[in-house]
Design a protein around this ligand. Structure first.
Ligand code: SF4
Length: 365
């Protein structure tokens, strides 16, 4: 195996040339995918750019033998699950497609806020005071394969920030109550948008007896949210929005639904990363927009549309350091080792987890 240190000595131009050489030799055996929050030089190198579920679906549609996925761990698990369904492996004559990460330590702090064991404990504690079969568990796609498997095994599903309303509506058609994990912000915004009364939505605090709630509150709740959040999207503030409105009265403020409750309430609109990109791309020249999502993406949008005024609804840049772990040096290292027949950083989900997680993912396919 070629050592990573060798690649860390090279310039960006040398690394880009090495990556291009691998791609020329591999042809359609290889796909390079990048999430919108990846660094610019990786975005420029990718064949496909998108949000997490769209990328996983595109990976599953491709006939490539290998995918270099420049994102965070849960995204690679999802791509692996979709790409390596038993029927797809059979079509490839028994061969798994490889899903490879530039850096296996690139995780998502929000996804890590709930484990499958915590989800099972949540079910057990709730079952002592309510009928658990009244609840459909829904997990945001930003969760581990094991958390998705918990939802799949309990008749639930997966949602994205783009389709959360549709999936929560589906959940309510099946059962009267909802568990939503791990992002309490997205869960609350979605439940409110569907007309659930604020007093019927409660937050379950992990580690506290009965989630820090009393029995009557739990019994009366229609929506119980896990107390998770994205630390990156917590950095937007109502004060910053007020300041923007004072200085730029015509500014339109758009934020990601992972933002704090009060920020989503104070904004003119909220939406998935894809929706926020669409808002910027469709804005008329001269428009002032405040866009609250990951800094690298907003900075790229600002450079792409210099005729707009794009301001920042926070006090400091909110950079997802895990998304920044996809570097050219690591991409070149993974790709050259793969081409040499010594793949590194391969993500492989155990079949029993993959099968139950697929049941939950089915809802959004
Ligand atoms: S921006 Fe937030 S939700 Fe997205 S990967 Fe980073 S920590 Fe996770």
């Amino acid at each position: 195996m070629r050592p990573l240190a060798e690649y860390e000595q090279l310039t960006n131009d040398e690394l880009k040339a090495r990556i291009a050489a691998v791609r020329a030799e591999a042809g359609d055996r290889l796909v390079v995918m990048a999430h919108y929050y990846a660094p610019d030089e990786i975005v420029e190198t990718a064949d496909v750019l998108g949000d997490s579920l769209a990328l996983a679906k595109k990976a599953a549609e491709s006939s490539a033998e290998a995918v270099l996925f420049c994102g965070v761990y849960f995204m690679l698990e999802t791509a692996d699950i979709l790409l390596n369904r038993p029927e797809k492996i059979a079509e490839r004559g028994g061969k798994r497609a490889l899903v490879m990460a530039p850096d296996l330590t690139a995780g998502c702090p929000m996804a890590d806020m709930i484990t499958a064991e915590q989800a099972e404990n949540w079910k057990r504690e709730l079952s002592e005071v309510v009928d658990f079969s009244d609840f459909t568990p829904i997990t945001y796609v930003n969760s581990s394969a094991a958390t998705k498997a918990f939802c799949g095994a309990n008749g639930g599903g997966v949602c994205t920030s783009a389709n959360a309303e549709k999936i929560v509506r589906w959940a309510f058609e099946r059962r009267p109550k909802l568990l939503f994990m791990p992002d309490s912000r997205l869960g609350r915004a979605t439940a409110l948008a569907l007309g659930v009364a604020p007093e019927e939505i409660v937050v379950w605090k992990a580690g506290e007896p009965l989630g820090g709630l009393d029995v009557e509150t739990v019994r009366a709740a229609r929506v119980i949210l896990w107390d998770g959040c994205c630390p990156i999207h917590q950095r937007f503030s109502v004060d910053a929005i007020r300041k923007i409105r004072a200085e730029e009265p015509n500014a339109q403020v758009w934020v990601h639904p992972e933002s704090p409750f009060e920020v989503t309430d104070a904004a003119d609109g909220y939406g998935s990363t894809t929706k926020l990109i669409d808002v910027v791309e469709k804005a008329a020249p001269g428009t002032t927009l405040a866009i609250g999502t990951e800094w690298k993406l907003v900075d790229r949008l600002r450079r792409r549309r210099p005729e707009l005024k794009i301001v920042w609804p926070g006090d400091e840049p909110s950079i997802c350091v895990d998304m920044s772990k996809s570097t050219l040096a690591r991409a070149a290292w993974v790709l050259e080792n793969w081409l040499a027949g010594e793949p590194v950083n391969v993500v492989e989900t155990p079949p029993e987890i993959a099968d139950a997680a697929f049941e939950a993912l089915r809802v959004v396919l």
